[in-house]
Design a binder for this molecule. Structure first.
Ligand code: NDP
Ligand code: PYR
Ligand code: MG
Length: 414
């Protein structure tokens, strides 16, 4: 067993199995405490909530609690390994919610027969939480599931692999293009992968200014083009009228490569074909579409990002989901709309241009970080993400009418 594998397994196993637990927020030491916490005292908030449903936010943990829900059909880039195998990732998301945004969360892994079964299960429990973070659910089912839940639920529903990834990708890419002296409206973009992350990333890039006809998308069968008859409705929106059929053909002279597919699918020879000053986001986890050392060995004019913590430029949805939920829950948003997503893009993007605090350098084990090829996007451990991104999201929720309450006084002042 490799040293790293053993470390990772031991981390998860000891001293207590798993990564999360539940702690009490009220004393439960005396008979008086128990009389308040449980019978008879608990009857009072029950009566209050029955009379005024909004009191659930006053008397229970709902307003600070997110459900992380998966069926394990697209666990990272490891594939469909089932609900139980997804549990470490879902506990990991709960860990990140707590560590970065102070949000409590619980993982729920759903075993189901049909897509409708999954939708019914989540819809029936969603109200217990301030919001629902859907995770690692494969395409195309993820699109139908998210849409149906948005329509049925009163709390924000957010498929992280779609929108969290798209927000961080857009923020990083806008900065990378700026550094390379390129314009998103003119950029030729290749997207390897045509699933949850890919479709959402490209749709959000289009909202930010990319041209749909400048995007070539590929799935496991090759380039998505208008003569294919096996396309679902989501892929069909990206079908190009082209004779190009291979990655090598579409990547020639491309400015941007976004990989949200699987490990080692971009060869150094294909990378050599890109235009000058290319940008490669190899975001598959845990193993990227191309390893940075291989990519940088063939292109010294490259901006390179991966989804991992152990290379520069981590383009990973961890930069978004804790903070977008923090902002949404703090104003009791009904949904997470485009205005809130675009506010998050801008807040993440701008933070990378500011001087980096000493504490962040120390946590990253780096002496210096400056906006440039090796620093296009903030580090996940940057505490300013919480204040900046959550605030931008909460303000956008209020301005766009998604919020149910006003911004709290002095909200997120640093
Ligand atoms: N860095 C980050 O923050 C994030 C990274 N990701 C990564 O993105 C990847 C996809 O995740 P997600 O979208 O949720 O999963 P999905 O299952 O929804 O999509 C996977 C896509 O990858 C395509 N694919 C698989 N093999 C190949 C291949 N050989 N060539 C081209 N395309 C291929 C599939 O093609 P087909 O449609 O033909 O089956 C499918 O379109 C994972 O590796 C995941 O780790 C995801 C979310 C966040
Ligand atoms: C980061 C993440 O959510 C994924 O790779 O699926
Ligand atoms: Mg995921």
């Amino acid at each position: 067993m490799s040293d790293f594998r053993k470390q990772a397994l031991d981390y998860h196993a000891y001293p207590t199995p798993g990564k999360i637990s539940i702690e009490l927020t009220k004393p439960a030491e005396t008979s008086k405490d128990l009389a308040l916490a449980y019978s008879p005292g608990v009857a009072e908030p029950v009566r209050a909530i029955a009379e005024n449903p909004d009191d659930v936010y006053k008397y229970t943990a709902k307003g600070n609690m997110v459900a992380v829900i998966s069926n394990g059909t697209a666990i990272l880039g490891l594939g469909n390994l089932g609900p139980m195998a997804s549990k470490p990732v879902m506990e990991g998301k709960a860990l990140l919610f707590k560590r970065f945004a102070g949000l409590d969360s619980i993982d729920i892994e759903v075993t189901h027969r049909t897509t409708q079964d999954f939708i019914n299960t989540v819809a029936n429990i969603a109200d217990s939480f301030g919001g629902v973070n859907l995770e690692d659910i494969k395409a195309p089912e993820c699109f139908e599931i998210e849409q149906a839940l948005i329509e049925r639920c009163e709390v924000p529903i957010f498929h992280d692999d779609q929108h969290g990834t798209a927000i961080v990708t857009a923020a990083g890419l806008l900065n990378a293009l700026e550094i390379q002296g390129k314009d998103l409206r003119k950029a030729q973009i290749v997207c390897l992968g045509a699933g949850a992350a890919a479709i959402a990333c490209m749709e959000l890039l289009i909202k930010c200014g990319a041209q749909r006809e400048h995007i070539y998308m590929l799935d496991s069968k090759g380039v998505i083009h208008t003569r294919r008859e096996d396309l679902n409705e989501y892929k069909a929106l990206f079908a190009n009228n082209t004779d190009k059929r291979t990655l090598e053909e579409v990547i020639t002279e491309a400015d941007v490569f976004v990989g949200v597919s699987g490990p080692n699918l971009l060869s150094p020879d294909a990378l050599k074909l890109m235009a000058e000053k290319p940008i490669v986001f190899a975001c598959s986890n845990p193993d990227p579409e191309i390893k940075p050392e291989l990519a940088l060995a063939v292109r010294d004019d490259l901006i390179m990002a991966t989804g991992r913590s152990d290379y520069p430029n981590q383009v990973n949805n961890v930069l978004c989901f804790p903070f977008i939920f923090r902002g949404a829950l703090d104003v009791r948003a009904k949904a997470i709309n485009d205005e809130m997503k675009l506010a998050a893009v801008e807040a993440i993007r701008q933070l990378a241009k500011e001087p980096v605090p000493e504490s962040v350098l120390k946590a990253a084990g780096i002496d210096k970080l400056e906006f440039g090829v090796d620093y296009i996007i903030p580090k996940p451990l940057d505490p300013r993400l919480r204040t900046r991104v959550s605030k931008a999201v909460a303000e956008a929720a209020v301005a766009s009418g998604a919020a149910r309450i006003e911004l709290p006084k002095n909200y997120m002042t640093e």
